[in-house]
Ligand binder design. Structure first.
Ligand code: GLA
Length: 588
């Protein structure tokens, strides 16, 4: 794909991504130290949105106490544009955003932003990385589509990255931008709006049906360019990359964005919620302070997660909290039931979501029936554990205390967060009887089984998947492929050694590079590399160990004083080849 002529032509006109990516990473890390929390109108209103509705929901954030609980962004989604003027400036649809109409005939979002800021809240806007937006394709009957001639309807950032970033962040003083990608996916020759001349054709750079057909390097370069402009005008702004996991965005978006979508749009159904959850849950090694996997906005309060379905509403909330997903509310807060507010504002659940260590929970067990996830918390000896019943029937789920790396002999203290009940578990296994669709969210406190040893699942945020390696071409496999996982191969198969699950293994793709932030804290690394070909380990950028994995020799390396370790898996060039850093442990 790197060789395609389209790519070569395009890349010639772009800055070299690598040169500035380090600065961008620094900026990314300053914002969103914990998963962002706020409200967005899309799930409740689609494009039927206006200033009054957004202000009423901002006020409701204050009145319900949800702002105090941490939900601080009241954002705008699709529907706000009127057109792009010939001088490139964007005009706002003042008929629905009346405060945007300026006395001189121009428009500005500044009065709206100032009002939201005066309430003590922050606010963000929606745009697209292509020329056109999503509603122009998917909501063609909306009364709130951009107007004018073909060029005036091109309200996306393509060709206007610097101008739009200046407008949004310097002139309008926004705090957040969500950057969609329909402009790169939906304006091919087959689209009726292109055929009838309403919109200009753009050879799709994203192919939703065949991931390997997307022009990932071009999509990445476009987002990198816009991120650079955004950081120039506002280093602390939040940037959301909304490419739904397409164009391998889940593998690179963390370099430029604070949050990035991992899946198509959520809906208010059980199946859609689970599918979105599953798109982010295996990606613990990609998340951490400043950068978060985003399985989409919450449907808590909507659809099958409403006041009549509190089991499902709590399950949805628990799942997003345990995987450190952003909590962007999608319910109309002016009409929401008090029971739903209680769920959204539950302080114990939010303490898990916003835990300062910023680790995303790690999947320990996964089947069609249930999922078990454990999230290490900042307080030593504490983990949040979610037992998730995916089915319509009651189910018993559990986890061995030893799989949490706690000492079974000492027992553990377990607190059920939703039931607000505690108990001591002595038998070495925590179990719960779950109702249909129920998630039990537990806070587990125990004695580390090996106090001087850290396993990958104790510190996923300290890993960075610096290179994703060779990705499979088969469309189905490419969609589910996670280039680095704990306890699983990139394909999703659990890692077993001699018939036993290896919870301390890192399963990676061929040619991948995984970086670990040692920060001088550790003395020794031990692992058994399993796979084919020559692998290498670098300490602070210098080669410290290289060997052929066929030898199956355990590796022990003195890492005292080192800041980083890089694990480079052999690039065997075989599609979908994998490599395992088995029994991975770092000793203090
Ligand atoms: C896309 C995004 C949604 C929403 C709509 C707006 O589908 O994924 O979250 O922003 O566009 O049109």
């Amino acid at each position: 794909m790197l060789q395609s002529s389209r790519y070569r032509r395009f890349i010639a006109g772009l800055a070299v991504v690598g040169v500035f990516s380090f600065n961008i990473c620094d900026a990314v890390a300053q914002s969103a130290p914990t998963p962002p929390m706020g409200w967005n109108p899309w799930n409740a209103f689609r494009t039927e949105v206006d200033e009054a509705r957004i202000m009423a929901n901002a006020q409701a954030l204050m009145d319900t106490g949800l702002a105090d609980a941490g939900y601080r962004y009241a954002n705008i989604d699709d529907g706000w544009w009127l057109r792009r003027d010939p001088d490139g400036e964007i005009r706002i649809r003042a008929s629905i955003f009346p405060s945007a109409a300026m006395p001189d005939g121009s428009t500005s979002l500044r009065p709206f932003v100032d009002r939201v800021h005066a309430m003590g809240l922050k606010t963000g806007l929606y745009t697209d990385i292509g020329r056109n937006n999503c509603a122009q394709h998917w909501d063609r009957d909306s009364p709130n589509l951009p107007e004018g001639n073909q060029r005036e309807r091109e309200v996306g950032t393509m060709g206007y990255q610097a101008q739009d970033a200046r407008l949004f962040f310097s002139d309008w003083n926004l705090d957040y931008v969500k950057v969609d990608a329909c402009g790169l996916a939906d304006y091919g020759p087959a689209f009726a709006g292109v055929r009838d001349g309403t919109y200009r054709k753009l050879a799709p750079l994203i192919d939703r049906r065949n991931a390997a057909n997307s022009e990932a390097p071009i999509v990445e370069a476009l987002y990198a360019g816009f991120a650079r402009e955004v950081r120039r005008f506002s280093p602390e702004a939040l940037l959301e990359i909304c490419a739904w996991g397409e164009a391998d965005s889940g593998n690179w978006a963390g370099r430029y964005g604070n949050l990035w979508r991992t899946s198509p749009d959520i809906r208010g159904t059980w199946e859609a919620m689970l599918a979105n959850f599953d798109s982010a849950a295996p990606r613990s090694l990609f998340a951490g302070p400043g950068h978060w996997n985003h399985p989409d906005m919450l449907e808590v309060g909507n659809g099958v997660f409403g006041p009549a379905d509190l089991v499902e509403a709590r399950a949805h909330m628990s799942m997003w909290a345990v995987i450190a997903a952003p909590l962007i509310l999608g319910v109309d807060l002016t009409k929401v039931a008090p029971e739903i507010i209680d769920i959204l504002g539950n302080r114990d659940v939010l303490a898990i979501s916003q835990d300062p260590a910023g680790h995303q929970g790690v999947v320990l067990a996964q089947s069609a029936k249930g999922t078990v996830i454990a999230r290490p918390l900042a307080e030593p000896g504490r983990k949040a554990v979610a037992l998730i019943n995916r089915t319509d029937e009651p189910l018993v789920l559990g986890v061995d205390v030893s799989h949490l790396h706690f000492d079974p002999a000492a027992g553990v203290d377990v607190r059920d967060v939703w039931r607000a009940e505690g108990r001591h578990v002595a038998g070495g296994r925590i179990e719960a009887q779950l109702a249909a669709h129920e998630t039990v969210l537990l806070l587990v406190s125990g004695q580390p089984a090996e106090p001087r040893v850290m396993f990958p699942a104790d510190m996923p945020a300290r890993f960075d998947v610096a290179e994703s390696g060779i990705l499979p071409a088969a469309p189905g496999l490419r969609k589910i492929w996670v280039p680095a996982r704990i306890g699983y191969l990139p394909s999703g198969a659990p890692i077993e050694v001699n018939g036993q699950r290896d919870f301390a293994a890192l399963g990676v793709g061929s040619g991948s590079r995984l970086r670990f932030a040692l920060d001088g804290e550790f003395r020794r690394l031990a692992t058994l590399p399993v796979g084919a070909g020559r692998y290498a380990i670098y300490g602070d950028g210098k080669l410290v160990h290289a060997a052929g994995a066929e030898d199956a020799q355990p590796v022990q390396i003195d890492v005292a004083g080192l800041q980083t370790l890089d694990f480079v898996a052999p690039a065997t060039r075989l599609e979908a080849d994998t490599f395992v850093w088995s029994g991975f442990r770092l000793e203090r």
